[in-house]
Every structure is written in C-alpha cells, then in structure tokens.
Write a protein that binds this ligand. Structure first.
Ligand code: ZN
Ligand code: ZN
Length: 536
C-alpha cells in the first residue's frame, strides 16, 4: 500500500493522508492549511487530492485543521461516506459553516480593497456556505470502540483520543494481497487530566504509527500553575480597569476556559462583578453540543452535571451573539473577561478585541492554545512590538500571558508515555502534525528510548509499506513525473513579469507603504534570479 502526505507534514495544519491499497483509495483527515501565504496556497491546489477518486474519508476530529477542506472535496467531485464520531459530526457541521462564513467575509473584504486600488477584484472564497452545507449528507457517525468496514479489506475502530469532544485515535486494519497490517493514526492526542475530557486511550499494538508531535520539544506547566496565571491576568486587569482578552478556539479551549473560570469563581479569584463575555456564536453553539454528549465527557464533569452544577454556565456569563453585542463589549469601560475566536487571532471577532485592547497597558491578552507560525497570535507571543490588524499598526501595550497548561495537546513527556503503552518490537513511527524542529527533537527521544525507526515525512512525500520490510520513502521531487522542465518554468516567470510590468499604472497608484513592500519583493526576486545566474 502507498501513503501520500498532503498536509501536517513538517508543519501542524492541513492534516490529510491518502492511502491507496490494491482495492481502495481513501484518506484520513481533510484539514485546512493555515499559516503563511505559501502554506495557505495549498488549500487551492486540489490536484493531489483527486477527490473524485477517493472512496471515503475517516476524520479524527472536528478541528478545522483536520476537517476544513471537506467542502472543497465535495465541490470537486467527492461523493462517498465521511466516517467520524457522533459529536464530531455535530461539531463539523457548525465549524464548516463558520469557516465558510470567514472565507466569504475575507474574500469580500479583499475584493473591496483591490477594487479601491483600481486592481482586478475577482478573488473567490475557498468555499461558500452552500459548499459547507453540501458536506452534511455524507457524514456517517460511528461510535467509539466499534468495528466497521468501509471497503473490502479495511476494518476501522475509533478510540477516545482525549483531545476534544468526540476526538478519535484511528485503528486501521488493512488486508492486501493476503497479508495484514495494522496502522494507527493518533489524530491529536489529548493532555491527560484535562478538565472535560477523558484521558487518551492506550493502544498496544500496531505495525505503523502516524503520530502527532505538536509539543514534541516541550512540556506543559502544571494545571494549577496555569490556573494561577489566569487568576493573575484577571487580578491585574480588574485592578487597572482593563479587559482580559482570551483568543480561544470555539471548540474545547473555550469550554475548558469556562470550566477554569468556574473554579476561580468558586475560589473567589474571579470577582463576582466582573462579567465574562463569550463573544463567539460558534463557541456558544459548540458549548451546547458539549452538554448534549455527557457520556463523552470525563467522570468528574458527568458527576457535576448530574448534581445540577453546570461548570460551563457561570452566573456572570454573558453570551454575545449578534455583531452589535460584540461591538458593545468594547464600548463599556468596565473590566471584563472576553473569550472570543479564533484561537490564533488570524480571523473572526477576536481581531476587533485586539484592536481595542492590545495597545492598552491595563489589558491582558491570554493565549491558551498553540500558535502556528505566520499567525498574528504567534507574532504577539514571540514578542512583536506592533501587530497589523485591519490595515492598522497596533502597538503591544497589554500584558501578554502564554498559558499552555490548558493545552488540548499532550506535552513531550505525555506523548512519550502514550507511546510507551505499545507492546510491540517492530513499530515503525511516522511523525506528523508538528513543526520540524519539534519533530526532530521527539524523533531523537523515540529512537533513544524505544529503538523504533522514526520517519518525518515531507509535504507531498509518498511512502510504500510492504509487510516485513522497512518503509520506502519517495521524496516529493521524485514524485513529479519526469525531469524538471526548466524551460517551462522560465517561460512562466517571463509571463508573470510581463503581467506585472503591464500593471505599472495600477501599482503607482498604491499607497506608499504598499509600494515599498512591492519594491522589497522585487529586490528579493532579483536577488533570487541573480543567485540562479551565478550558480549555473
Ligand atoms: Zn485538534
Ligand atoms: Zn490538529
């Protein structure tokens, strides 16, 4: 069988692994690529997915970096079943609609800007609300721990990954040409002792493991330390009359933060007169789905709910649904906690809250989730002095907190503990869903501690798995058929240059800062061409 890595390869987002056996072609996950422009361009490149030739999808969980390209697959001819757990199906529906809405709004904004500059304004959204709605009929919910067979020679079982509501580890049993192999896709592995989720299930046997490595190079601080840090942000901003702004993913992070605030309120560390705004219609809907699936939550939470104590419903919680509700939050001068999406501050209402609060010395910005390279969240965490939001430079004057003890991902030691449960001598490990430096670090530890061979696949790499033999890697350059056509690349470049040259009048009309940026890009392009000339 052959596996192709279409995302989460030496990066965190875009999870998608296409598996081809002698009888079927299918994929595990279908995530959106998020981060730099170069990475997000992959969302438009539908060719390698070849959706019309995919028989089915297995989705580990609802997060957009695992499900966000499903509408594009259906748009381009995929018409098979999409298997996932019941809560994942409910969450995927609302998350895809939200994602489509963001795509539509951002594309409309971009077209407006282009039109104002007198440029061509015909950008299309990645997908629309209609495309997102078209996914629902293909969703086929399955329960944890039950086997099902989506195609001849394939058996599948979902296990609780302990990451977010309904998240699964996928066990995949494949029979091909008379031999059998077991593949395990970890999906995102949860942090043990999360407030709402069960701990991740152990798996004991596999031939090939595809394992996430988001925190391959670091451990999280303890839970109580994280709670203390959140309390400190609240204390600081309450005293200085500022707001505590928490960018949080609508699913799981938000509910975990609500739960934590519930604990702080009980301990008297969240003032009773400090309102908590949940400013995300999506998070409000997701919280309702959490309540609907009691049996998927951990024991303590189920106990709480049984006793009529709802840890997700604070007395001072204010739900803000409409845009006017959201705008009003920043018209008040009172200290408050504001939870809003997106979690990496690259889209959604959180951008407005950052514009209003990031520059204020009394405010706190509290990051509680992973910040991917290239996102505004990452730049703030990395100590940027200024951030560009809605075409305006906003100074960083607020106190910045990075609290990773609320993470929904296992830290380094916890990943190694989960791996230690495999009782097998011949496991081949493939690290995915991590930045390369974190993966290299984790790979070293795995080789040293367990002696398993570890591979870190690249984007578009293919791997051939044969029983009893080491995995055979085919690197992306070799995947491209035939020799590289340099003449064609040079012709493309000449066309692009002519195109840019033809727009000189448009470019001259752009504001000075944009012209300066273009000048910088041109200088870099010239340097690249100089390098090619000198090297040949
Ligand atoms: Zn996730
Ligand atoms: Zn993920």
């Amino acid at each position: 069988m052959k596996i192709k890595f279409l995302g989460a390869a030496r990066t965190v987002t875009g999870s998608c692994f296409i598996i081809e056996t002698d009888r079927t072609r299918f994929a595990v996950d279908c995530g959106m690529h998020q981060g730099s422009d170069a990475i997000e361009k992959r969302n438009r490149d539908i060719g390698p997915y070849d959706p019309a030739r995919l028989d089915f999808f297995l989705i580990t969980h609802a997060h957009i970096d695992h499900s966000g390209l499903l509408p594009r697959m259906v748009q381009h001819g995929f018409a098979g079943p999409i298997y996932l757990t019941e809560p994942s199906a409910d969450l995927v529906k609302i998350l895809l609609l939200d994602s489509a809405h963001i795509q539509e709004v951002e594309t409309a904004g971009k077209n407006k800007r282009l039109a104002r500059s007198g440029l061509k304004s015909d950008a299309l959204p990645l997908y629309t609300l209609v495309d997102a709605e078209a996914v629902a009929p293909f969703l086929k919910p399955r329960k944890y721990d039950e086997f099902f067979s989506p195609a001849p020679g394939i058996r599948v079982r979902f296990q609780d990954a302990g990451h977010i509501l309904g998240a699964a580890i996928i066990e995949l049993f494949i029979e091909e040409n008379g031999s059998a192999a077991k593949l395990v896709f970890s999906g995102d592995i949860g942090r043990p002792n999360q407030l709402l989720m069960q701990d991740p299930s152990s798996v004991h046997q596999a031939d090939y493991l595809f394992m996430e490595s988001t925190y391959g190079n670091r451990n999280h601080k303890g839970e109580s330390e994280s709670l203390d840090e959140l309390a400190e942000a609240i204390r600081y901003s309450y005293r200085s009359g500022g707001k505590v702004v928490i960018p949080a993913f609508a699913v799981e992070r938000t509910q975990e933060i609500l739960y934590s605030l519930h604990l702080l309120l009980r301990d008297g560390r969240l003032p009773k007169d400090m309102p908590v705004y949940l400013d995300s219609p999506l998070a409000i809907k997701a919280t309702d789905i959490f309540r609907r699936y009691h049996s998927y939550l951990d024991g303590d939470t189920q106990e709480f709910l049984k006793n009529g104590e709802d840890p997700l419903r604070l007395p001072n919680l204010k739900l803000s649904v409409s845009t006017q509700d959201s705008v009003r939050i920043n018209e008040t001068e009172e200290p408050a906690v504001v939870i809003s999406a997106s979690g990496m501050a690259n889209a959604g209402r959180i951008k407005h809250h950052l514009r209003h609060n990031l520059w204020r010395p009394g405010a706190s910005i509290v990051f509680v989730g992973f910040q991917a390279e290239g996102t505004p969240g990452r730049r703030i965490v990395d100590g940027a002095k200024k951030i560009r939001i809605f075409n305006e430079d906003i100074a960083v004057g607020a106190r910045i907190f990075t609290i990773n003890g609320f993470s929904a991902h296992a830290g380094q030691d916890q990943l190694l503990d989960w791996l230690a449960d495999f009782k097998t001598d011949s496991l081949q490990v493939f690290l995915v869903h991590g930045e390369f430096s974190a993966q290299e670090h984790l790979a070293g530890l795995i080789r040293e501690k367990f002696g398993f061979p570890v591979t870190i696949p690249e984007y578009l790499e293919e791997i051939i798995l044969k029983a009893g033999a080491p995995a055979e890697e085919i690197k992306p350059a070799a995947v491209a058929a035939g020799p590289v056509r340099l003449d064609r690349l040079i012709a493309d470049l000449q066309n692009e240059l002519e195109d840019v040259g033809g727009r000189m009048d448009d470019l001259r009309r752009l504001p000075a800062d944009q012209q300066a940026r273009i000048a910088e890009l041109l200088r870099r392009a010239a340097a690249n061409i100089g390098e090619i000339r000198d090297g040949s």
